[in-house]
Design a protein around this ligand. Structure first.
Ligand code: GTP
Ligand code: MG
Length: 283
C-alpha cells in the first residue's frame, strides 16, 4: 500500500515531490534544425540524495556487533558516501552527453533510460560481513566496487558496446574491470556488460579516484533480469516450481537473444550509427 503523499512513479514508491522533480529533470532541448525536440534519457534515482542527518541517525542505531561507531567514524563514512554519490553523478552526466551527441550526429538515442543507486548501509555491512572484512571505511574503499552503481538500458546490443567503448575511451576515467556476460552469458541465461570505472571526484584535498559499477544491457536483457531477480528472492516457492521456472527463464533468455539479433539487423540497415562489436578492455 502506498502511504498518503506517495504514488507510483516509474515502478518505484516515492514522494510525489520527488517524482515531479524527476519529470522536470527530463530536460527538453529544442534544436533549430526542423524545430525537432530531443529528450535526454530519463534517469531513475532509486533513492533521494544523501540526507546527512538521516544517515547519521541510521549509523548511530545500527548494531555492528562491535559496539557503536565513534562520531569520527560516522563522519568518515558519510563523507565517503558523498564521494560515491559524486562519482555516480559524474558518470551519469558523461552518459547523458554521449547520448545527446549520438542524437545530434546520428539521429539515434543509444540509451533508453538509466537507473542510479547507492548501496544501502545495510547491504554494505552485509557484504563486508560475508567476506569477513572489518566494518571500516578503508575496507569499503579497498574491497567494494559497487557502492555507486549506474544501470544503462540501451535500445540495441550495438548501443551497449558503443556506449561502453566511448565512455571507456575518455581519458579522465579508468577502466578497472570488465565482465562481458553478453559474450559469455551466465549459466542461468543472464546477459549484461559490467564495467567498473574509477572516476576522479575533486574535493578540497584534490582528486579522489572512486569506483562506479556500470551495468549496460538492452531493454530485452533488462526485462529478463528483472523477472529472474524477482524469482531469486521468491523464497516460498516449492523447489520443483523454482526449477521449472528457472528452466523456462533459460529458454526465454535464448529466445530474447534471437529476437534481439533479428531486430538489431533491421536497425543496422536503417541507421548509420557506428558499430563497435567488442567490450572495452581494462586499463
Ligand atoms: P557481487 O557484486 O557480490 O554480486 O559480485 P561480483 O561483483 O563478482 O558480481 P557481478 O559483477 O557478476 O554481478 C554484480 C551485479 O550484477 C549483481 O549485483 C546484480 O545486480 C547483477 N547480476 C549478476 N548476475 C546476475 C544474475 O544472474 N541475475 C540477475 N538478475 N542479476 C545479476
Ligand atoms: Mg556487485
Amino acid at each position: 500500500m502506498l502511504s498518503a503523499g506517495q504514488h507510483r512513479c516509474f515502478g518505484f514508491h516515492e514522494s510525489e515531490e520527488s517524482c515531479h522533480a524527476k519529470l522536470r529533470s527530463q530536460r527538453v532541448s529544442s534544436f533549430a534544425k526542423g524545430g525537432a525536440v530531443h529528450f535526454s534519457p530519463v534517469i531513475l534515482d532509486r533513492q533521494n540524495r544523501i540526507n546527512t542527518a538521516e544517515l547519521q541517525t541510521h549509523l548511530k542505531n545500527i548494531d555492528f556487533g562491535q559496539g557503536p561507531l565513534a562520531p569520527e567514524q560516522i563522519t568518515e563514512f558519510i563523507d565517503q558516501m558523498q564521494v560515491y554519490e559524486g562519482a555516480m553523478y559524474e558518470i551519469s552526466t558523461k552518459l547523458e552527453i554521449l547520448d545527446s551527441e549520438f542524437q545530434v550526429r546520428f539521429s539515434h538515442n543509444p540509451i533508453h533510460h538509466m537507473e542510479r543507486r547507492l548501496k544501502s548501509i545495510n547491504s554494505i555491512i552485509g557484504k563486508l560481513q560475508r567476506r569477513n572484512l572489518p566494518l571500516t571505511v578503508d575496507a569499503i574503499k579497498d574491497n567494494l566496487f559497487d557502492v555507486a552503481g549506474v544501470r544503462v538500458i540501451c535500445n540495441y546490443r550495438d548501443d551497449v558496446y558503443s556506449v561502453a567503448n566511448y565512455l571507456s575511451a575518455q581519458n579522465d576515467i579508468q577502466v578497472l574491470r570488465v565482465k562481458d556476460y553478453i559474450k559469455n552469458p551466465k549459466q542461468n541465461g543472464y546477459r549484461s556488460l559490467h564495467v567498473i570505472y574509477a572516476v576522479p571526484v575533486f574535493l578540497s584535498s584534490g582528486p579522489h579516484y572512486t569506483p562506479v559499477e556500470v551495468q549496460l544491457r538492452t531493454i530485452a536483457m533488462d526485462y529478463w533480469a528483472s523477472l529472474e531477480h524477482a524469482l531469486r528472492y521468491k523464497t516460498d516457492l516449492p523447489d520443483a516450481k523454482l526449477t521449472e521456472h528457472s528452466q523456462t527463464l533459460l529458454d526465454c533468455a535464448r529466445s530474447l537473444q534471437n529476437i534481439e539479433t533479428q531486430m538489431q539487423n533491421i536497425h543496422r540497415d536503417i541507421n548509420s550509427a557506428p558499430q563497435v562489436g567488442e567490450a572495452p578492455q581494462a586499463n
